[in-house]
Design a protein around this ligand. Structure first.
Ligand code: HEC
Ligand code: HEC
Length: 486
């Protein structure tokens, strides 16, 4: 007699097969969609800074092959067609698969994300025919970040962003296996489209016609933090700043009241670097130990990386004459206990736009977001913003254009009375001008490489900071020579 619990013969055979098949499918799915194969390792710290993953591929990554073909599918959406991502002013080294500041990591499939180096590596040329020299931790003054953000969203919104079109283009470059082909067609492309379109809401202020373009080398960083990290509704503030240099961070000493970021909204390098990394990742770190280990590496590397020396000859006798002029006119803020601390806006008189993009309430909320992740740091300053930090001037030659909003092209212009400073110029050309100490900002080449900057537009004011502007010309020349040596 057969007992009711006895299983039919076919099921006895099929069940193990089904289980095995299920396990295989699960393993393949895990390996091909989720498994983190880890960050590539780099022996050279500069290479690690430029290309090493900080873990942003998880939540903010773009599937590698989609990233690869977008400029080919949507040349009409590039600021300049035919040169791919170079149109956004990224730094791209010969022989590298990706631009500086873009990392690749396999999490199931290859994904591309950004690193600190997208904004914090500078390039310059001493002559037009030369290959650009890259300076790690220098400000990327050529990157048109706003145009890059808009490009991704605009592509996703376009009907051509579909599996048929993208797969046809991908097939020209890659020989994907069956699983990847199916995955890209039915999952990766539709999900990427949806994710990018979802960003549009948080990016709305990038589309406002009453705001000027950020232009090359600028970033409305605190608004990004507000809309992405603490997910606040859009307000009316607008305050893009230059990318800052991030070398020699050991100069900042919180014990001495030093503050970081242009308006002094953060306490110390550790805090700024954690917040920057979280901004890039767009989510809580998947593995907090790895994350904090990478932060420690970044803090240590950037604290001890020296500012680059001026690459042209310096007239040392003239520079020596400039030193007492600096001591008399500038040192009170730039080589004293005041350096690294906030100077009230009334005293400095520069554009106030950036100050209005952030404040005490935002700091409290952002600190809470980070604390809720279980991360301890001194964090953002929970106080109203009142002015701008009197900058340390190390490596100042490479930090052009000047002032927090990049409204003054060269050091020579900064020593000119505000009303006579250039009213409009081109930002983002990397040919250096040793005569004026800054980049070349006028002429056909600067125009072709750059974006227009108009100091009369919102957030772009070039008034204030008129120190040294009434010195005799000979003194200005000596002071300028001295500034090259900092
Ligand atoms: C998208 C561009 C961008 C990326 C990516 C980025 N930063 Fe920044 N960073 C900025 C801008 C812009 C500021 C200045 C913000 C302000 O004050 O308005 C800044 C400020 C800083 C400062 C403060 C500098 C000072 O002297 O006060 C440090 C340090 C820093 N970033 C390090 C990093 C590190 C490390 C990473 C990677 C984990 C990173 N940043 C990623 C754009 C970027
Ligand atoms: C009263 C304090 C004070 C004095 C005096 C002063 N500065 Fe400044 N300086 C500042 C502050 C504050 C900022 C930041 C202003 C901003 O970005 O809006 C600044 C910014 C700068 C910058 C731009 C830094 C950058 O990264 O873009 C340079 C260059 C500079 N100062 C040079 C000088 C020189 C040269 C002198 C003397 C002729 C001088 N400063 C005198 C307070 C001062």
């Amino acid at each position: 007699m057969t007992t009711p619990s006895r299983w039919p013969r076919w099921l006895k055979i099929a069940l193990p097969l089904v289980l095995i098949l299920g396990a295989v499918v699960a393993l393949v799915a895990y390996n091909r969609f989720l498994r983190d194969y880890g960050a590539a390792s780099f022996a050279d710290p500069a290479e690690r800074f430029k290309y090493g993953s900080i873990g942003a591929e998880n939540d903010a990554g773009i599937p590698y092959w989609i990233f690869h073909v977008l400029p080919r599918v949507f040349p009409d959406k590039l600021p300049k067609p035919g040169i791919g991502y170079a149109a956004f002013g990224v730094n791209w080294e010969q022989g590298q698969e990706l631009p500086v500041g873009f990392s690749k990591r396999r999490i199931g499939f290859d994904r591309v994300a950004n690193t600190c180096a997208a904004c914090h590596v500078a390039s310059y040329r001493t002559q037009p025919e030369e290959t650009p020299t890259l300076v790690v931790a220098g400000p990327n003054h050529t990157l048109d970040l706003e145009a890059f953000f808009r490009f991704l969203v605009d592509c996703a919104r376009d009907p051509r962003f579909n599996a048929d079109t993208l797969m046809a283009e991908i097939a020209l470059s890659a020989d994907l296996d069956l699983i990847d082909r199916l995955a890209y067609r039915y999952l990766i492309i539709p999900i990427t489209k949806k994710t990018l379109i979802e960003r549009e809401g948080q990016f709305q202020w990038l589309y406002r016609h009453d705001f000027p373009e950020w232009g090359r080398g600028r970033d409305d960083a605190m608004n990004l933090t507000k809309y992405f990290m603490i997910r606040w509704p859009m307000d009316d503030s607008f305050g893009p700043t230059d990318m800052p240099s991030v070398w020699n961070l050991k100069k900042y000493d919180p014990e001495r009241g030093h503050r970081m970021n242009f308006a002094g909204d953060s306490h110390d390098p550790y805090s700024v670097i954690i917040d920057s990394a979280l901004g890039l990742m767009g989510a809580e770190p998947k593995n907090q130990r790895d994350f904090l280990a990478h932060i420690d590496w970044l803090v240590d590397y950037l604290k001890n990386l020296p500012a680059p020396a001026y690459p042209f000859p310096v007239d040392s006798a003239l520079a020596a004459q400039g030193k007492p002029l600096f001591d008399a006119n500038c040192a009170a803020c730039h080589a004293s206990a005041r350096t690294g601390t906030v100077v009230p806006l009334d005293e400095i008189g520069t554009d106030r736009g950036r100050i209005d993009t952030w404040g005490e309430r935002a700091a409290v909320e952002a600190n809470k977001v980070v604390k809720d992740m279980g991360i301890e740091r001194a964090g953002l300053v929970e106080a109203p913003l009142t002015g701008y930090v009197a900058q340390f001037l190390d490596g100042i030659w490479l930090r052009a254009p000047y002032l927090h909003n990049g409204s003054v092209p060269t050091l020579a212009d900064l020593l000119t009375p505000p009303a006579q400073r250039p009213q409009s110029f081109w930002r983002g050309y990397d040919l250096y001008d040793p005569a004026r100490v800054g980049f070349v900002v006028q002429g056909v080449d600067a125009q072709q490489a750059g974006t227009a900057f108009d100091t009369r537009l919102r957030g772009n004011g070039n008034a204030g900071h008129d120190f040294g502007t009434t010195l005799p010309d000979a003194d200005k020349a000596a002071l300028l020579e001295y500034l090259k040596t900092l």
